[in-house]
Design a protein around this ligand. Sequence first.
Ligand code: PRP
Ligand code: URA
Length: 209
Amino acid sequence: MSKLVICDHPLIQHKLTFIRDKETNTKDFRELVDEVATLMAYEITRHIPLDTIKVETPVAIADAKIVSGRMLGLVPILRAGLGMVDGILKLIPSAKVGHIGLARDHETLKPMEYYINLPTDAKERLLIVIDPMLATGGSAIAAINSLKQRGCDHIKLMCLIAAPEGVKAVQDAHPDIDIYIAALDERLDERGYIIPGLGDAGDRMFGTN
Ligand code: PRP
Ligand code: URA
């Protein structure tokens, strides 16, 4: 069964409060999402493997650690996932970035894929699928399906806020995928919004409605 990790660092939780606040304007919302993404990247990379190499300091030879193993790839789900990319790249600047465009039909809540473009070596990379909201789970499941169909099988999912329904749906569909979130909220409402959530992440990020 996949792991559900709630990133409960006090700075993440503090910033998330202002991300939720309906009075937070577009500029501040974007900046806060970017900062939380950086802090969550720290958490999601906690267990990546290290090698030991020799490095010559000004006074001696040291055994020192460097990151080894799979290179990373970020796969934001458009649109709202875009808002988390730069924050993660601050910590992992060499990561490549693919994009998956999915939009939920507002009637059926089913995601429709309208765009996909992945790094050519995506199969060799550890891919982090990024989306601020895990609501019904339909978008995340569709994104992961698309990646698996293209032969990618090292995948993690990173979201800011999840509904229990979405976590269960992803775990049922993809029991091999670990999920990293900043908060597990109460439930979905009848329109598929996370309660209490933060509203429509894409609209708040880009100032649309
Ligand atoms: C939002 C959000 C997720 C999706 C989550 O995107 O950014 O991608 O809904 O809902 P789900 O778990 O029920 O699939 P939306 O479809 O509104 O598109 P947008 O990012 O372009 O606004
Ligand atoms: N998508 C959002 O942007 N917000 C929600 O609450 C649910 C889905």
